[in-house]
Design a protein around this ligand. Sequence first.
Ligand code: HEM
Length: 186
Amino acid sequence: MSAKSTRTKYGSIAITIHWIMAILILVLLGSGFRAASTVVAEAKATILLVHAPVGISVLVLLILRIVWWLFFDKKPNEIGGQPRWQEVSAKAVHYSFYGVLFLMTASGVGMFILSGAGPILFGGGTEALPDFDNFAPRVPHGLGARLLIALVVLHAGAALYHQFIRKDGLLSRMWFGRDQTKKETS
Ligand code: HEM
């Protein structure tokens, strides 16, 4: 399969970025809620040592993805035959993902900068970890996390609906391998 997308299938670069981001976002949601609910300082520090770099990696992938779509690749055509409201909501969910992921990474970094947690965790500092609730970006970080869960549920639900109820192959075109629609379209 090609690195770039075709009219009917995503290319291997877009697919790779999509699934790596999907896995990392699940890791971040799990580790984030775990960090927030643990009261044992060392355990919280260990989780955040993973959570923060993974969060930054998502930001890097997000930027890479935007650059890829803007300058190097063109998205496949829309899957035809779906009601207008579904097309509009799919677009709204996709754009909201970008917004919420930027919000999450910016507020995460903001918390680290304002609280001084960065040097404590990564610079060998010996002070106790700060209470992140005392810093303003904690609020959008918590709200954004809940919004992100809603977006993941909507996005994954729609993909499964297309794949298994409408059977229009939407999910397959975001996976590696041969273009299943090739025979019908070319
Ligand atoms: C897409 C990126 C990110 C996602 C999805 C994410 C997810 C989460 C979630 C779900 C929580 C728990 C929220 C709650 O209980 O209300 C959390 C907490 C937190 N995250 Fe993130 N995060 C991301 C990026 C980052 C980054 C880049 C940093 C730091 C550089 C960071 C630092 C923190 C901190 C300090 C907490 C608070 C832990 C506590 O309250 O004890 N996050 N994150």
